[in-house]
Ligand binder design. Structure first.
Ligand code: KG4
Ligand code: ZN
Length: 354
């Protein structure tokens, strides 16, 4: 992130992300990441055991200008150097999204540069270009976060994304967070379960793997369900505690995590096989999970597939992913969004642009 990288070719694009509890401002030049400034309100939500929308919106308001300033300083660029601004228009928390969309509109209008509203999930896919270069087309993407668990076929991340499957109840990250709570681990639970699981046995407890049997093969082959697994863990822990025995946190964490990872990686590899696609990309907060990265890599290798996954810091929400998508959209000549673009809390996954 220095003056020479700021001079490399490609459009200079700023990305704004506020869909949940991270205020993210990223700046990229072409495929080069120049700044990835993040302010998180996660500590303010921890005592509630989940993100409180109003608290998140207010935190975005307070963090927006300082985070913007930090990103420009880190990148060594001035706002008037920017070629375009991109922003997450949805899906996400309505009030939180509004803060980012309003800020991006203000930048677009005052600087006279085009505005691109982007689907949060497409941005999670696009971010990998800043680490591993141009995306293979098509690529199958497994997106797993606190709000989403999706399998996508991505022929062109700025133009066409097709849904292959999704969770029917809880998102994978939501299951991590809820199981962590049952085990007395802090919010958000994913990283804590990941850490606790390192000292446990993946085969200590045989937790269910939903929608994997032959009956699921036709209708729900690429769908997920984690609610039953979460309940199974809660019941196991409750029975154990009622019988007066200590709860083996590491073993529960490892066995639960293995059930999630087994299902996610098996379905993702199967989707590549069925679609005849040789590249799998994983993204979203749960893609930071160390066990998911290892098991999916092993299964991809065995199936002759290549796996791409950004470093953990770019898997969780950030502004770089929005900037990366914006840079690809500008390079591809995509039309900008209208200045009255709405924040759409339930933006459909296949609607890439606002
Ligand atoms: O993508 P993200 O930052 O925000 C959403 O769009 O939801 O994902 C957050 C989710 C949380 O549920 C968190 O527990 C989970 O990602 N997560 C992890 C790990 N790091 C974050 N889950 C499992 N293992 C991790 N290492
Ligand atoms: Zn996300």
């Amino acid at each position: 992130m220095n003056a020479s990288s700021a001079m490399s070719p490609g459009p200079l694009v700023l990305g704004v992300e506020t869909s949940c509890d991270e205020t993210g401002i990223g700046i990229v030049r072409g495929h080069t990441l120049l700044a990835d400034a993040i302010a998180s309100s996660v500590d303010e939500h921890a005592r509630f055991g989940g993100v409180v929308p109003e608290v998140a919106s207010r935190a975005h308001l307070e963090a927006m200008v300082p985070t913007l300033q930090r990103a420009c300083d880190d990148a060594g660029v001035r706002l008037r150097d920017l070629d375009a601004v991109a922003v997450t228009s949805g899906p996400g928390l309505a009030g939180a999204l509004l803060v980012g969309v309003a800020a991006a509109k203000a930048l677009s209008l005052s600087l006279g540069i085009p505005l691109y509203g982007v689907n949060h999930l497409s941005a999670h896919v696009a971010v990998d270009v800043v680490e591993h270069g141009p995306l293979p087309e098509p690529v199958v993407a497994l997106l797993v976060s606190g709000g989403h668990s999706n399998l996508l076929l991505v022929p062109d991340v700025t133009h066409r994304v097709t849904s292959l499957g999704a969770t029917m109840d809880d998102a994978a990250g939501e299951a991590f967070d809820k199981v962590a709570r049952v085990l007395g681990l802090p919010f958000p639970g994913g990283p804590h379960i990941d850490r606790a699981a390192r000292d446990g046995s993946t085969v200590a407890i045989d937790f269910p793997r939903a929608l994997t049997g032959s009956r699921a093969t036709e209708r729900h082959r690429f769908d997920f369900s984690f609610s039953g697994l979460k309940t199974a863990v809660a019941r196991w822990v409750q029975l154990r505690a009622e019988s007066g025995q200590a709860v083996p946190v590491a073993d529960v964490a490892a066995s639960f995590q293995e059930a999630v990872v087994d299902v996610l990686s098996a379905k993702a590899v199967d989707a590549c096989r069925v679609q005849g696609v040789e590249h799998l990309l994983i993204g979203g907060g749960v893609a930071a999970n160390s066990r998911l990265r290892v098991v999916t890599q092993e299964r991809c290798q065995a199936a002759g597939l290549t796996m791409r996954v950004p470093r953990p810091g770019l898997c969780t929400d950030n502004g770089a992913m929005v900037a990366a998508w914006g840079s690809l959209a500008v390079a591809a000549g995509r039309a900008p969004s209208a200045l009255d673009l709405p924040a759409d809390s339930s933006q459909p996954i296949e609607q890439i642009r606002a």
